[in-house]
Design a binder for this molecule. Sequence first.
Ligand code: DC
Length: 245
Amino acid sequence: MSTGTEQRSGAPGQAPEDRQSTARRMIIAVDGPSGSGKSSVCRAAATQLGAAYLDTGAMYRAATWYCLQQQVDLTDEDAVAVAVEELPLNISTDPQHQVITVGETDVTEAIREPRISEKVSEVATNRKARQLLISAQRRIIDAAGFIVAEGRDITTVVAPDAQVRVLLTASAEARLRRRGAQLGGGQSEESLKRQVLERDRRDSAASNFTEAADGVAVLDSSDLSFQEAVDSLIGRVETVQEEPA
Ligand code: DC
């Protein structure tokens, strides 16, 4: 797979390279089920911290978009792996400017469509495709140095040595409500359940994101406002930043 990342922009008055050198190299790994709010919480936290941001779910989604575009049979494990190997993916790590392209096509919006949400588990549970995507994610994380990376297996498989490891959870009710709002409120309850609860059930065959592994802190956002969840994540990062190097 050829993966590229777009240079993220720095804060006003500070070039990205300056921020890299003043910030300690730090990986903030966040896992959680769909609708837990992890993408928006992680993006806001990364923005506030001046860190890069990686949405690994978007990589599985882009891989699925590409397989469908290439008319690959998603049940054919080897054919999916071949497609993922050749996937010309570019994903930005700027938390304020999320752009995902496959070749020349901007798929930022298309990968959020229900037709992708309903198929993405077939790629996510493909062992070979998963290994390729995990390797690409590790390269992106390593190149960024100071990054918030989120997904289902970041705390356990992709970056188990991350300095901050958090499992962001929320009740099923809160997750259905949030995903519905994200999709503009026009989804039936049945469709939302398929996209959230049913998908989590299928995805849990590939990784355990419902229980925190050893050393992973649980952050339950069910009763937290968005800003409270962001502040809680940032608080954990600041605690680690204050520890002696
Ligand atoms: O977070 P999301 O809904 O955009 O994720 C899309 C899919 O990718 C989801 O079905 C689970 C899968 N995924 C995964 O298996 N491992 C990750 N690290 C991230 C996402």
